[in-house]
Design a protein around this ligand. Structure first.
Ligand SMILES: O=C[C@H](O)COP(=O)(O)O
Length: 332
């Protein structure tokens, strides 16, 4: 559970320097992969208890909601995206909450963790965010299905990096997981990581298409062994996107990887997270399973297109006592 008193952890902003060494990956350890287990009933029991528990209130809740904002990859991934829409979203990333509310909360300078767009929108986003320090993430490698020719998937990464994307969200080939071809998954992920160069790489597992939680655990490990900086649940386009059981499995794989290698890999639940109260549940899960170090934008992100709007409504209510209509928070 999140602390009901704000110990300062929640209000500290995302401006701290990132000192975490990048995960260089390891050899593919098939013994480790085959030993990965996921007990669905135990996992579901654990996660079912989370939303009902007493949540943080008032000032502490506002502080944790601001923390959640600092960890949002504010996303637009529509076929109808335009540069104008991306510029509006970037303005929202720079100032995610009304200035008077931020001032009342003592949170001036708060920004989202990143902006996440398709490749074609990267130049507009980079330009709109210039000087802000907010990174642009590009979805890549034939997102969302990941079924374009392999050389084109690698070229796509290179072009997005060239255009200024500092983070690349790749999609894995689900068939490698479904057929248990861990070597192929490892090789693919390693090639994607190499193509990213200095840009950080998030591996989207598309967990809703992997069949079992055990497959999710194994795919998480293989992607980390191949050098993923983050593992991410979903594209937002699968019929099942981020869930708490899948999150628990991935978070525990991250913990296991850290215990064995000393490297911290980030976690990004994405798709369908649109309510402030759900964001708080995710933050508590991270805190309980991985600890405070992971509650910073260099190790935790929400992939979300509409979560910010609900958080802003809650913060407005906290400061003014009144709720605004949701249409007033259309961007994000
Ligand atoms: O990676 C981010 C997701 O595509 C966003 O999904 P969402 O629109 O359900 O929030």
């Amino acid at each position: 559970m999140l602390p009901t008193k704000d110990t300062g952890a929640a209000t500290e902003l995302a401006t701290l320097p990132v000192t975490e060494p990048r995960n260089p990956g390891t050899e593919l350890d098939l013994g480790w992969v085959s030993s990965a287990r996921a007990n669905r009933s135990a996992i579901e029991r654990r996660t079912a208890s989370l939303p009902g528990r007493r949540s943080v209130k008032k000032d502490h809740q506002a502080a944790w909601l601001c923390r959640a904002i600092s960890c949002i990859d504010l996303t637009t991934l529509g076929g109808d995206d335009t540069e104008g829409r991306v510029r509006r979203l970037c303005a929202k990333a720079r100032q995610p909450v009304r200035a008077d509310l931020l001032q009342a909360l003592g949170m001036q300078g708060l920004t989202t963790g990143a902006i996440c767009v398709y490749h074609d929108m990267v130049p507009a986003a980079v330009e709109a965010l210039e000087g802000s320090g907010i990174p642009v993430a590009a979805v890549s490698t034939g997102f969302p299905a990941g079924l374009s020719p392999f050389h084109l998937r690698l070229a796509e990464i290179g072009e997005s990096v060239e255009a200024g994307a500092a983070e690349i969200d790749i999609v894995i080939s689900r068939r490698h997981v479904l057929t248990g071809n861990w070597q192929a998954l490892y090789d693919e992920m390693q090639a994607f990581r190499a193509a990213c160069g200095e840009a950080h790489v998030k591996a989207i597992l598309a967990t809703g298409e992997l069949g079992t939680l055990q497959n999710v655990a194994k795919a998480s490990l293989v992607c980390m062994m191949a050098g993923a900086d983050f593992i991410k649940t979903s594209t937002g386009k699968e019929s099942i996107n981020a869930t708490l059981p899948v999150s628990l499995v991935m978070i525990r794989a991250i913990r296991d990887y850290h215990d064995r290698t000393g490297y911290r890999v980030g976690y990004k639940p994405a798709g369908g997270i649109s309510k402030a109260k759900d964001a708080l549940v995710y933050l508590s899960l991270i805190k309980e399973e991985l600890g405070d170090r992971w509650l910073r934008p260099d190790l935790f992100r929400f992939g979300a297109s509409s979560l910010l709007g609900d958080i802003e409504r809650q913060l407005e209510h906290h400061v003014t006592g009144a709720y605004s209509a949701s249409w007033r928070h259309a961007a994000g």
